[in-house]
Design a binder for this molecule. Sequence first.
Ligand code: PLP
Length: 423
Amino acid sequence: MSKTPFVTKEKIEEIVKTYPTPFHIYDEKGIRDNMKALKEAFSWNKGFKEYFAVKATPNPYLIEILRELGCGCDCSSLTELMLSEAMGVVGEEIMFSSNETPASEYQYAQKLGAIINLDDITHIEYLEEALGMIPETLSCRYNPGGVFKVSNSIMDNPGDAKYGFTTEQLFEGFRILKEKGVKNFGIHAFLASNTVTNEYYPELAKQMFELAVRLKEETGANITFINLSGGIGIPYLPDQEGNDIYEIGNGVREAFEDVLIPAGMGDVAIYTELGRYMMGPFGHLVTTAIHEKHTHKEYIGCDACAVNLMRPAMYGSYHHITVLGKEDQPADRKYDIVGSLCENNDKFAINRMLPEIKPGDRLVIHDTGAHGYSMGYNYNGKLKSAELLLCDNKEVKLIRRAETPKDYFATFDNLPIYDKFNF
Ligand SMILES: *Cc1c(COP(=O)(O)O)cnc(C)c1O
């Protein structure tokens, strides 16, 4: 199997005449078709709603594509709330799944009418203090601890994660909240990340549905939604098979029919907060090779760096690379593909077999549509790149300009030399 870019070399050469590399480019058609498939896969559930995890790709132009198909926003900070507000996404179209939340952000979320998803039992009092009341609709985040297993293989380690209420705390929290007047309850859990298996959501759903039945029976709480959050992954590796969203939707439906319907809870809405799955495959980081270096290893230096895509440096993540125009040439060279940071983890690929690369070649780094641009930073004074959208009609639209030095200096309010730069 192989990975094929959604843009051709010809198109990229045309684009760089207006927008120099590096840049992120996104595929409108891919984003839309994928969202349609998700909706269809969960159409059996009347209240189904995807709240896009804004942190994955906080660009209003991209989120708008999902919005047209009924998507809301999952936020966890002030500026993410503001971004949603600026798009006209307010009220219960916002899920505020934050943690270690300042009082001012709870207040802002409440002002927008967002659904608040509490991360901890102590936040009940904190929230009440911050708002002067407790909202009628409230969600709590669950963390069962231990490890999360699917068919006996360990998928992730919730016991080590900072998030959520323990089981005991959840029951106690529900009792307290009910007494304080909460009328509609939600439960939320995010127990494994980037899962490339159709079994994660169905297994999570089964556990959450059983929990919901017990919570209802033991506390009398009216549970109106269950939020399966993020975690559906994408195949970063070229030989990996991706998830089948229809099979995932079906698996969740089976659990719903087995557990919730017999308990008289067939009206419960299923929510998701997918980020990676919604955007990851539909973004490329496009960069130009500018140097070749032959020392103890073979290096290709490019004009992008970890500032544009942090995942390889931060997690050692694999991102597939295509050398545009050389797709059919043998991958007979072993390279480290590196950026310009004074930091030796600034490597997009290590010991990667690729066709011979020469300065001027354009490289497509795949699957950068989620947790790509958004994790960027300004180390070494590097500036963040532009974001482009390849529209349905194949036109290219600038959806965020590249940063300039003026942006970098903007937070020094009174730098004496500032005026001399002639920004
Ligand atoms: C990051 C995050 C998501 C999205 O996760 P993906 O792995 O991108 O699907 C959803 N919900 C919360 C609370 C998150 O922190």
